[in-house]
Design a protein around this ligand. Structure first.
Ligand SMILES: NC(=O)c1ccc[n+]([C@@H]2O[C@H](COP(=O)([O-])OP(=O)(O)OC[C@H]3O[C@@H](n4cnc5c(N)ncnc54)[C@H](O)[C@@H]3O)[C@@H](O)[C@H]2O)c1
Length: 249
């Protein structure tokens, strides 16, 4: 039996850590060739080496998703190395706390540049190659906080809510051209992004999750694996919440 991502070439952003690194591992095991893109070179190369030791075909490229010119080079690098691009995972993202009255313009602009504009630039830069492939998939990683509100971070909610509807808009635009666009919404997942949240607050957060625990990065990557495989050939504009039931409360 051929592997689920046989013949796929994936560009995965934020692949050096957490959810992105799980995507790299799982996609490589499923047969995809992967360009791991991240700002963190040392950590990224560590993930690359580990995947290649297990028989994967993975390379590193230093990408700042908030730099449009850098995006064009990253896509060119994927095509140069692997011959095509069929799959894009827009996963890189940041979080910081900041409410309506406390967020700064600088903080707002940085969050929007990475979490929102970076996703648009990624889709824009990759699209010519994805269209050439004729059987392509994009997964944009939003968040439970792209669907429901919370008092924590006005800019994070704004950026993740935008990812949700940018994905649907692109899904409709490209529905007849062989590029599917879907969104995965992680709930609370064990990664470094929430490292600043104090233990007692994390405990309360976990208590509020119907399943009573955080999810693992692999739980998110497995949802993307389905969406990027040919098993999901009729799925576009979809939303998969991987949140232990949090959005159902
Ligand atoms: N962990 C959670 O609970 C959770 C919940 C909902 C959504 N998410 C989303 O999942 C995605 C991955 O988050 P994670 O939890 O794995 O966090 P993480 O901090 O472990 O990983 C994020 C990665 O993105 C990279 N990155 C940040 N800015 C970048 C930039 N400008 N250019 C390129 N790379 C950049 C970082 O270097 C890092 O490797 C993010 O979009 C995040 O918002 C996470």
């Amino acid at each position: 039996m051929s592997k689920r991502l046989h013949n796929k070439v994936a560009l995965i952003t934020g692949g050096a850590s957490g959810i992105g690194a799980a995507h790299v591992r799982i996609f490589a095991e499923a047969g995809a060739r992967v360009l791991l893109c991240d700002l963190q070179e040392e950590m990224g190369r560590g993930v690359v080496d580990e995947a290649n030791r297990k028989g994967g075909e993975v390379a590193f490229f230093k990408l700042d998703v908030a730099d449009e010119a850098n995006w064009k080079t990253a896509v060119a690098e994927a095509v140069k190395r692997f011959g095509s691009l069929t799959t894009l995972i827009n996963n890189a993202g940041i979080y910081h706390a900041g409410e309506v009255d406390t967020e700064t313009n600088e903080g707002w602009n940085r969050m929007i540049a990475i979490n929102q504009t970076g996703v648009w630039w990624g889709m824009k830069a990759a699209m010519p190659e994805l269209l050439k492939s004729g059987n392509a998939a994009i997964v944009n990683i939003s968040s439970l906080y792209g669907v429901v509100g919370s008092p924590g971070s006005i800019a994070y909610h704004a950026s993740k809510g935008a990812v949700r509807l940018m994905s649907k808009s692109a899904a409709i635009q490209y529905a007849r051209q062989g590029v599917r666009v879907n969104t995965v919404f992680p709930g609370v997942i064990k990664t470094p992004i929430l490292g600043d949240v104090p233990d007692h607050m994390m405990k309360a957060l976990e208590e509020s999750i119907p399943m009573g625990k955080r999810g693992m990065p692999e739980d998110i990557a497995n949802a993307s694996l389905y969406l990027c495989s040919d098993e999901a050939q009729y799925v576009t504009g979809a939303e998969i919440l991987v949140d232990g039931g949090s959005s159902s409360i």
